[in-house]
Design a protein around this ligand. Structure first.
Ligand SMILES: NC(=O)c1ccc[n+]([C@@H]2O[C@H](COP(=O)([O-])OP(=O)(O)OC[C@H]3O[C@@H](n4cnc5c(N)ncnc54)[C@H](OP(=O)(O)O)[C@@H]3O)[C@@H](O)[C@H]2O)c1
Length: 275
């Protein structure tokens, strides 16, 4: 979903912790027609959030909203949990974007909240090309009807059936853009070391990855089939692919990368847990 579907919301929205990630979601929603006067943002600094939304430095005077988006860092959650709990009433749908913090821990911290949903967005939501993975405590079918209208303008919306895989989904989709940026940088860096001009290498590596990504979005082929279509037997591309594939080194590197990110998610969840 990359078109400008309308961001639809019944009721008001409070974003508790409106930094980089929640701010990116908010910007896209506003761009897609969400009315700013339905939204209040809380930032510790009180610095203005996207658009003309009311931004406060604390929750004084606020009452339970229809939708409460929880966008603080997982490590910061214990400090604000009691305050968030006061705002999460029986008619409040809470959406936590905090990495690693389980539905069970959220429910323990927010016992009176109506429904609790975990969402894992990634930064490309800012231009509608992101992914939002979602899981709810219950009533997934009803909630998905309601939430898909809000989430669709952000990009691909995926409901996850087992929470055990949520940290892995986070590693793939939430952390994944950073891994791709690192790979692009490594390819450009390698080209520079082998003799290309740094600026030209940077420009071409970015354009190449953007073009390859868009081609992949338009294709029904698997990535393996797409790679095979570019590589003629005995040709240049095949010579490079043989290096990536040798001893399964790229596959092993990616498995180690996702495993490390998933493990860190588990550690962050432990640090977000209330004692
Ligand atoms: N960044 C990503 O790509 C990404 C992807 C998926 C999920 N997430 C999740 O999104 C959450 C936020 O990450 P981020 O990268 O957006 O971090 P961030 O930019 O630091 O945002 C955290 C926000 O929380 C606010 N905050 C901190 N302490 C507060 C307090 N005591 N009271 C009120 N507001 C408080 C901060 O206020 P100030 O703005 O004043 O500092 C800031 O707006 C994390 O839980 C992370 O796991 C991030």
């Amino acid at each position: 979903m990359t078109g400008k579907a309308l961001a639809r919301l019944d009721g008001d929205m409070l974003i508790y912790g409106c930094g980089t990630m929640a701010g990116a979601m908010l910007s896209r929603w506003l761009e897609c027609g969400l009315k700013p006067d339905l939204v209040t943002a809380i930032r510790k600094s009180g610095a203005p959030a996207a658009g003309n939304v009311t931004t406060l430095s604390d929750s004084k005077g606020l009452t339970a909203p229809s939708l409460l988006i929880l966008g603080v860092k997982p490590q910061g959650f214990p400090d604000v949990a009691a305050d968030v709990s006061r705002l999460a009433g029986p008619h409040t749908l809470v959406i936590s974007i905090m990495a690693g913090v389980s539905l069970e821990d959220l429910r323990l911290a927010l016992p009176d909240a109506g429904q609790i949903v975990r969402a894992m967005p990634n930064m490309p939501v800012a231009n509608g090309r992101g992914i939002v993975a979602l899981i709810s405590e219950r009533d997934q079918a009803t909630l998905s009807k309601q939430l898909n209208k809000l989430m669709a303008p952000l990009g691909l919306v995926e409901w996850i059936s087992t929470e055990a895989s949520f940290n892995l989904v986070t590693a793939l989709t939430g952390c994944g853009p950073a891994f791709i940026y690192r790979i692009v940088g490594a390819m450009a860096g390698a080209a520079v070391r082998l003799g290309l001009d740094p600026d030209a290498a940077d420009r071409m590596a970015r354009a190449m990855v953007a073009g390859a990504a868009l081609t992949m979005l338009d294709s029904d082929e698997t990535p393996a089939a797409m790679a095979a279509a570019v590589a003629s037997p005995g040709g240049m591309t095949q010579a490079g692919l043989d290096v990536l594939d040798s001893d399964g080194r790229l596959a092993a590197l990616m498995a180690d990368t996702l495993r490390a990110a998933r493990e860190r998610g588990r550690e962050l969840a432990a640090s977000a847990r209330m004692d």
